[in-house]
Design a protein around this ligand. Structure first.
Ligand code: SGN
Ligand code: CA
Length: 529
């Protein structure tokens, strides 16, 4: 009798158990992590800067949470990606700058998700050598990648694709999701190349954007008074250090005619290579929009003052930069629609962010690298209706260091102890307001393009302390409440001596906490020889 009872129980269990397991598995969220390259928060309309309109990215703010003070730990492409994957600072994961090699054998959150039953993919720009580890499928651009008809490495094999890079990236993401194993949760890293230099918009957007005029930032003509050597010597000025052909799209022949010199030795070649990738028809469309602008410039250039020239180049820059953002935004819309149409929108976490911030003319600059706000900060929006209420905002000091532990946490996997970031899931879901009061930053790529000196520092709710080193030994302190544009270094201001002491002490503690040290600075310095 007992045996029969046991048998029935066993039979029942064998029948029910798989259903329970499947149900449990199904509850684990899918993850779509969208990261663009160099997308400044000033160019996401939800952040309210009034430059452009990104209705689809804004949907994430409306339907989820928007972080207003998210930062990166090292404002450069490849280091930022290494931090995302490992959840560790650059001086721990080893990828300190774009040149250092990345050790793919170390653990990363995609590998951990894989070990926990997730299917994973990496699509778009990764900017690191070697075969990406932790992904069942990868389709990545080579190095910086190309805008028109780009080459991709699909699971190790090179393929030239026809189309515009942002559209191709989006389509490959949707295609991969469409063909996944529906029994398993998925995680896809959807990494757009745009809006990275040299800012080549999709042909469908060029007419609209080149006709637009954008407001100039208050510091476009910054003279760097009350700042240190690093800001004065950086080579990021829109007038002086931007390429005429590659960036501003002045044809090399017109450069010669007007006597404009190449700033970078590859400037003219970049123009020819970028446009040379288009079909004849595409090139004709491009010419029909850009050539009249160039003819106009040819006429006015001889009479233009340096200030007028900077203004003209700023507008040119914004037209192309924001023009490339348009296709990124459309891609986000396409993805959100796809998720909704396929009943995946409730159980999928959608993250939108960038690998760092970017200067859109503030201080007269383009590019990033500095620990000043525009490049330190990055847009961050997260939608996950099952846990995150719509329309939330947080000014917590979250960082890209936190992505790996956060995504693992959402997936129900305990983040490994040696990850240095923290899960911001409780913050996003509103379970707590408790959070760190300081973030740590390091930057190493010097001497190199743009000549931004090596530095490290901390940012708290109100203050920022930066130490520049290598060929200088300079400190900067900013009161972000009184001086949000960081125009006045108060390190030597006696009325801030208490703040200065407090910040120096804090910096020491933070460096110790993350296992950084002067010895590390030296070690990475020697690498440069
Ligand atoms: C290129 C760009 C730089 C940019 C780096 C790094 N110059 O070298 O302006 O800072 O990439 O960008 S270019 O003339 O070659 O376009 S990153 O996003 O990959 O870190
Ligand atoms: Ca970047």
């Amino acid at each position: 009798m007992n045996d029969r009872k046991n048998l029935t129980l066993l039979l029942l269990l064998t029948l029910i158990l798989p259903t329970i397991l499947v149900a449990q598995k199904k509850q684990r969220p899918n993850i779509v992590y969208i990261m663009s390259d160099d997308h400044a928060y000033q160019a996401v309309s939800a952040y309210g800067h009034g430059l452009n309109h990104t209705p689809n990215i804004d949907r994430l703010a409306k339907e989820g949470i928007m972080f207003t003070r998210a930062t990166v730990t090292n404002s450069l492409c490849a280091p930022s990606r290494a931090v995302l994957l490992t959840g560790k600072h650059s001086f721990i994961n080893g990828k300190i700058d774009n040149e250092a090699s990345f050790d793919w054998s170390q653990d990363n959150f995609a590998k951990i998700l894989q070990r926990n039953g997730y299917q994973t993919a990496l699509i778009g720009k990764i900017h690191m050598d070697g075969i990406p580890a932790g992904f069942d499928h990868s389709a990545v651009l080579i190095d910086q990648g190309e805008y028109y008809n780009p080459n991709f490495i699909v699971n190790g094999k090179k393929r030239q694709m026809t189309g515009y890079v942002s559209d191709l990236t989006t389509d490959m993401v949707l295609d991969w999701i469409d063909n996944r194993d529906p029994e398993k949760p998925f995680c896809v890293l959807y990494h757009q190349k745009a809006p990275h230099r040299e800012w080549l918009p999709a042909l469908r957007h060029i007419k609209q954007y080149t006709a637009m005029r954008f407001p100039e930032p208050a510091t476009l003509f910054d003279d760097f008074q009350n700042r240190g050597t690093a800001a004065k010597t950086a080579e990021m000025n829109i007038l002086k250090h931007m390429n005429w052909a590659g960036d501003s799209k002045i044809p090399p022949s017109l450069m010669d005619e007007l006597g404009l010199k190449e700033y970078m030795s590859w400037d003219k070649a970049a123009f020819d290579n970028n446009l040379g990738r288009m079909s004849e028809k595409e090139r004709a469309t491009w010419d029909s929009v850009y050539m009249p602008i160039m003819a106009d410039f040819r006429m006015h250039y001889p009479k233009m003052s340096q200030d007028e020239l900077l203004r003209w180049r700023y507008q040119r820059y914004m037209q192309d930069y924001l023009g490339t953002v348009a296709a990124v935004d459309e891609g986000v819309g396409k993805l959100l629609d796809y998720l909704a149409e396929n009943d995946l929108d409730e159980n999928t976490i959608v993250v939108y962010t960038s690998d760092q911030g970017f200067y859109l003319g503030e201080h007269g600059w383009f590019d990033k690298r500095f620990m000043y706000e525009e490049s330190l900060r990055t847009p961050l929006l997260v939608r996950y209706p099952q846990e995150i209420a719509p329309g939330r905002k947080s000014d917590a000091l979250v960082q890209n260091l936190d992505f790996a532990p956060t995504l693992l946490d959402f997936a129900g996997v305990k983040p490994p102890k040696d990850m240095q970031g923290e899960s911001f899931r409780p913050l996003a879901t509103g379970d707590t307001q408790k959070w760190r009061d300081v973030v740590y930053y390091t930057y190493y790529e010097y001497p190199s393009i743009h000549m931004v000196k090596r530095h490290y520092g901390i940012r708290t709710d109100r203050y920022k302390l930066i130490h520049f080193y290598y060929d200088v030994d300079e400190w900067e302190l900013y009161d972000l409440e009184k001086d949000p544009a960081e125009l006045n270094n108060i390190f030597d201001d006696p009325s801030y001596s208490d703040v200065r002491k407090m910040m120096i002490d804090k910096l020491k503690t933070v460096r110790e906490r993350y296992h950084d040290s002067p010895e590390n600075d030296q070690r990475f310095l020697q690498k440069k020889g």
